[in-house]
Design a protein around this ligand. Structure first.
Ligand code: ADP
Length: 199
C-alpha cells in the first residue's frame, strides 16, 4: 500500500440509501467465459432488458476499459491481474452508488474471480458462466482471434495455449449453444428477479 497517510472519510449518504432511491439491490454480474462465448453480447442484451424495466445499470466491457483506465496494461500475467483488480475496484464504487454493474472479461483464473468477489459484500458478486464449447467459439470467431491464435500470431490465448478454470459453482450457468441471445439474457434477468435484486 503506497498511500499510508490517508484516512477513510465516512460519507453522509449510504449505499443502502442510494439503492433504495433506485428501487433495486446493487450487485455485480461477473460474466466469465472463453473469447467468443458471448459475454459482451449477452451482457449488452441483459443491460437493455434491465434499462427497459427502469433499472439503473452500467456495463464495464473488457476491451472498452482497456481503451482508457487500463490503457497502460499489457496482457502479461501481472498486468492481467492488475486489470481485474482495477475493474473490481471500479465495480465496487458503482455498487456503492446503488447500481447493478456488469463486467465482461474472459477472467480465466478462478483466483482472479475470487479476488473480485472478496472485495464485495456477501451476496453482491454473481458469477455468470457463459458456457460455450470452444468448437462453437472458434466457429463464431467474431474478432478473428482464434484464426490468429491457431496461426501462432497470438500467444497465451485462452483455450488454446492458456488455461481456463471452469467455474465450480457459478450462480448463473448459461449454455449459449442451446438457446438464443434473448433467451440467455432472460435467464439472467429472471435470476435477478427471483433473488430479489429487482422487482
Ligand atoms: P465474448 O464477449 O465472450 O468474447 P462476443 O459477445 O463478442 O463474445 O461474441 C459472441 C458471438 O457469438 C457474437 O457474434 C454473437 O452474435 C454470437 N452468438 C450466437 N449465438 C449466441 C448466443 N446464444 N449467445 C451469445 N452470443 C451468441
Amino acid at each position: 500500500m503506497k498511500t499510508e497517510n490517508t484516512v477513510w472519510h465516512e460519507q453522509q449518504i449510504s449505499k443502502e440509501q442510494r439503492a433504495s432511491l433506485k428501487k433495486q439491490k446493487p450487485c455485480l454480474l461477473w460474466y466469465t467465459g472463453l473469447s467468443g462465448s458471448g459475454k459482451s453480447t449477452i451482457a449488452n442484451a441483459v443491460d437493455a432488458l434491465l434499462f427497459a424495466r427502469g433499472c439503473h445499470t452500467y456495463l464495464l466491457d473488457g476491451d472498452n476499459v482497456r481503451h482508457g483506465l487500463n490503457g497502460d496494461l499489457s496482457f502479461s500475467d501481472t498486468d492481467r491481474i492488475e486489470n481485474i483488480r482495477r475493474v473490481s475496484e471500479v465495480a465496487k464504487l458503482f455498487i456503492d452508488s446503488g447500481m447493478i454493474v456488469s463486467t465482461a472479461f474472459i477472467s480465466p483464473f478462478a483466483s482472479d474471480r475470487k479476488m473480485a468477489e472478496d472485495k464485495l459484500a456477501s451476496g453482491e458478486f454473481i458469477e455468470v458462466y457463459i458456457d460455450t464449447p470452444i468448437s462453437v467459439c472458434e466457429q463464431r470467431d467474431p474478432k478473428g482471434l482464434y484464426k490468429m491464435a491457431r496461426a501462432g500470431e497470438i500467444k497465451d490465448f485462452t483455450g488454446i495455449d492458456s488455461g481456463y478454470d471452469v467455474p465450480a459453482t457459478p450462480q448463473i450457468h448459461v449454455k449459449t449453444a442451446e438457446k438464443s441471445v434473448q433467451a440467455c439474457a432472460e435467464q439472467i434477468v429472471e435470476h435477478l428477479i427471483t433473488q430479489g435484486f429487482i422487482s
